[in-house]
Design a binder for this molecule. Structure first.
Ligand code: SAH
Length: 399
């Protein structure tokens, strides 16, 4: 076990940590300055010296580690990790039993009690994402704990923090029988090709499962569909299987074409009857306007931040304008599915962008339904920014 150091919380913040706020912040705990070693155990006390909780030091974005227990006698060892991971796996029991779906999240960081790492399940394969160097020091203990509570084909991992300027190791294999990639996973009647050995993005974003199902089951039949920022085209697959007349997928990345063809093929869809366009979305808007193209269903799921040759996009600043351009190529009574994974604003603000975009284009709209993270991406009330996903189905009304 690593060394432990006792730190005092600023009075103003005591309540927050007592109530379960998980992220260690410099403004709340000034003496965090003194901690140098990633993975150091931290005992948090109030200004009376009373115990608040235990955590570990690990730099991650604006935080400096995570609280992991409020029990003073708790030993942070393999048994602890085993208990916490087992409890998380039990909460996913229904998904493990589900015959139609075999890809989902089994451990969601602070939402499941320990911030800094996540575990995803892909049809027998486990993938661990490590988000800071501190938790990575517990890697062997955590992997042993995972092995105690489940069986697997293989375990893979990704370091999502920089080491020597690089983010992902060449070999992400940890143990078990090496996979032949892609492995194929099922999700509500769809198949997806998954690569655990090829960078941080494995082929499909599991947090959009309910949105894909909703598109397939309720929004696609007979529709001309445009999927912007389409990545591997997972939303296009959902729309095509749901009976769309045609899908058009647009993504800037060269690899997206082959990846989208692959996902279509996994589902017996003839990709030649669909359009897959490798282009900057902002260029595509101009093209669509020039060609007078309009769509019945537009799916809009940009990254929180992106820079292309010509444009910089930041969801917090530019989502409204992105929507305005989208509204212009959406049919009357057509639907826009606006999605963002940006954690710096919440649903209320997202809806204010939507409202402003429609007002400024002089169009009317109706909100049809909304989604946040699905149940397997467990979040806690004391950490709102953990629930980053916001998806809103909007109908553009005929004037
Ligand atoms: N909607 C996808 C995930 C999108 S990930 C899904 O559900 O699977 C974000 C994608 O946006 C990446 O594939 C990236 O290549 C693409 N991208 C970023 N900036 C872009 C731009 N200006 N134009 C088109 N695509 C862009």
């Amino acid at each position: 076990m690593s060394e432990e150091i006792t730190l005092k919380v600023n009075r103003k913040y005591q309540h927050r940590y007592q109530n379960g706020y998980p992220l260690l912040l410099k403004e709340a705990i000034p003496s965090l300055e003194r901690v140098k070693t990633e993975g150091t155990m931290i005992k948090l006390i109030d200004d009376q010296g009373c115990f608040i909780g235990k955590g570990y030091y690990g730099k991650q974005n604006k935080g400096f580690g995570w609280m992991i227990s409020h029990n003073e006698t708790e030993k942070i060892n393999e048994g602890f990790f085993e208990k916490v991971i087992r409890s998380a796996l039990l909460k996913r029991n229904q998904l493990y039993q589900n015959k139609n779906t075999n890809a989902f999240r089994v451990f969601n960081g602070e939402g499941d009690g320990i911030g800094g790492f996540t575990i995803d399940y892909f049809n027998g394969f486990y993938l661990i994402n490590w988000y800071n160097k501190g938790i990575y020091k517990f890697k062997d203990t955590i992997i042993r704990a995972l092995e105690k509570v489940t069986t697997y084909e293989a375990i893979y991992q990704k370091k999502r923090f920089a080491t020597a300027g690089r983010y992902v190791e060449d070999d992400d294999y940890v143990k078990g029988i090496r996979g032949q990639f892609p492995i194929i996973v099922k999700e509500n009647g769809m198949n997806f090709a998954i690569y655990l050995n090829d960078g941080a993005m494995v082929g499909v974003f599991l947090d959009q499962r309910e949105v894909r199902k909703t598109i397939k089951d309720h929004y696609a039949t007979g529709k001309m569909v445009l999927n912007l920022f389409s990545y591997t085209g997972a939303f296009s697959v959902a729309a095509a299987l749901g009976g769309a007349v045609k899908t058009t997928s647009v993504d800037l990345a060269n690899r997206s074409r082959a990846k989208t063809i692959e996902q279509f093929s996994m589902n017996g869809i003839d990709y030649e009857t669909h359009d897959i366009i490798v282009e900057d979305v902002f260029q595509y808007f101009k093209y669509a306007i020039r060609k007078k193209l309009k769509f019945d269903l537009v799916i809009l799921d940009p990254p929180s931040f992106a820079r292309s040759k010509k444009y910089t996009f930041s969801a917090a600043k530019d989502y409204k304008n992105l929507l305005k351009e989208t509204i212009a190529i959406t049919e009357d009574n057509g639907i826009i599915i606006a999605s963002t994974n940006c954690s710096t604003f919440q649903m209320k603000k997202f809806k204010s962008f939507i409202d402003a975009a429609f007002k400024e284009t002089g169009e009317k709209y109706k909100l049809l339904e909304e989604f946040s993270l699905p149940e397997d991406f467990k979040t806690i009330n004391t950490f709102k920014e953990g629930n980053y996903l916001k998806v809103v189905f909007i109908q553009k009304l005929k004037k």
